[in-house]
Design a protein around this ligand. Structure first.
Ligand code: ARG
Length: 472
């Protein structure tokens, strides 16, 4: 029998049950739901609705239900609609009518808001950890490529020489912001909604702040209508997830390009690539492509939920049940993507000669010609034009800068001296960009050292944070 059957005269049609039920997917909130119900029982005991003993009975029954759920020994019922009523039903089976007191002062509206927050919090911690894993590998590979030179591209045209380690560290920075976005999201959603009831709050004197503390929240929500209507935290999670996936997608796109014969900058480890069923020569970067593809699905999860929330009046509306599959899908997608990409970056072979060749067989240091003249007093715009003429001349002659004689240099400007030859070398060009954030070797080394420090602090922070959890 349904918990709300009192004012109804008919059973729900089977198809309506099946249509409205969320248990086919929200069974995944079982652990959070039980955690929340244990805290609810505690709140009710503090409010004098449950005795200490009743509270203990409920708690231990809920824990044994959790155990059964984890073992896969529980069959959830579609007629009971969702995880909340299913758990309550299981509790009643176990301890009888005492279970019927648990929903005092609570609605599934604040219950689901709580479960979702607990779920998102766990996901964020796991995602940040996986981001750190990828960052560590990027820093490690960057450390090993501190003298590997490649072209930086703009418009996918060779632009300026950079260290490959500098390129890898660009992704470290993106991931650093991604981790920051997830922790901001975590800090903002750190408010406990239980006690908001269906919409207006509860009339029982449940000490909300104590319940929040028991659940590991730093504070409570301050408006009951907002608390049961708010899915910002899911949207924010999905937004952070989308941006992260876009970053992964860009790295994957580069991996696809770099591993092509045209670029030939890297070779994927055999264990991380795939073959073709027809063309025996193929070695395909499927995994990178798939991550690139999956970024679309996570962005889709965000777009879908934004559209669900748009136009919903306060407070709870059943539309909001659509938040779960979007959240679960994104969560299930992100961590494997991070893990597998970490492996790919760790295992890929860097073809240093190919990278260098791509940089040297071009006019990639033309900016340095202009900079040379600027240092001798020529306005940049004029210097740029002279350098452009030199490039044009070389293109027409089919030669490189290094093939120009000093006389030829001087024919473009008598400010050129013997040292121009060195100024247009890849090494000098790179060394010259010694501003903070530039590609000069000492700057890149600093960036790598700083990154290692950040990761070291983060790793230790995590072990301090996770120790009490692991112990308790
Ligand atoms: N299964 C519902 C959901 O996921 C739980 C909340 C139901 N609340 C209600 N008033 N029908 O959103």
């Amino acid at each position: 029998m349904k918990y709300w059957s009192g004012r109804f005269t008919k059973e729900t049609e089977g198809i309506v049950d099946r249509f409205g039920a969320s248990i086919p997917f929200d069974y995944r909130l079982a652990e959070e739901d039980i955690e929340g119900s244990i805290a609810q029982a505690y709140g009710l005991s503090e409010a004098g609705i449950l005795s200490q003993e009743e509270c203990e009975t409920i708690k231990s029954a809920l824990l044994s239900i959790l155990d059964e759920v984890k073992r896969g020994n529980v069959e959830f019922q579609i007629e009971l609609e969702d995880i909340h009523t299913n758990i309550e039903g299981l509790l009643e089976k176990k301890i009888g009518s005492l279970a019927r007191k648990l929903h005092t002062g609570r609605s599934r509206n604040d219950q689901v808001a709580l479960d979702m927050r607990l779920f998102v919090k766990k996901q964020i911690r796991a995602i940040i950890e996986a981001i750190r894993g990828l960052q560590e590998v990027l820093v490690d590979r960057a450390d090993g490529e501190k003298s590997t030179i490649m072209p930086a591209y703009t418009h996918l045209q060779r632009a300026q020489p950079v260290l490959f380690s500098h390129h890898l560290m660009a992704y470290f920075e993106m991931l650093q912001r991604d981790a920051g976005r997830f922790s901001d999201c975590l800090a903002r959603m750190d408010e406990m909604p239980l006690g908001s009831g269906a919409a207006a709050g509860t009339s029982f004197s449940i000490p909300r702040e104590k319940v929040a503390e028991a659940l590991g929240f730093s504070t409570v929500t301050r408006n009951s209508l907002d608390a049961v209507s708010d899915r910002d935290f899911v949207l924010e999670f999905l937004a952070a997830a989308s941006i992260l996936m876009i970053h992964l997608s860009r790295l994957c796109e580069e991996i696809v390009l770099w591993s092509s014969e045209e670029f030939g900058f890297i070779e994927l480890d055999d264990a991380h690539a795939t073959g073709s069923s027809m063309m025996p020569q193929k070695k395909n970067p499927d995994v990178a492509e798939l991550i690139r593809g999956k970024s679309g699905r996570v962005v889709g999860d965000l777009m879908g939920l934004l559209m669900v929330m748009k136009g919903l009046p306060l407070a709870y509306n059943k539309d909001m049940q659509e938040d779960k599959e979007a959240l679960f899908d994104a969560a299930d997608t992100i961590i494997p993507c991070l893990e597998v990409l970490t492996l790919i970056v760790k295992g890929m072979k860097i073809k240093r000669d190919r990278m260098r060749a791509a940089a040297s067989q071009s006019y990639i240091t033309a900016t340095d010609i202009a900079d040379y003249l600027v240092k001798r007093g020529v306005p940049f715009r004029d210097a740029h034009r002279v350098a452009g003429r030199i490039v044009l001349y070389c293109v027409e002659q089919g030669i490189l800068f290094e093939d120009l004689t000093l006389d030829q240099w001087k024919s473009f400007s008598d400010l050129f001296d013997e040292d121009i030859r060195d100024s247009v070398s890849l090494e000098s060009s790179i060394k010259a960009r010694a501003c903070i954030g530039g590609t000069a070797p000492e700057q890149v080394s600093n960036a790598i050292a700083k990154a290692k420090e950040i990761l070291y602090i983060e790793r230790n922070k995590n072990s301090i944070r996770s120790r009490p959890e692991a112990g308790g």
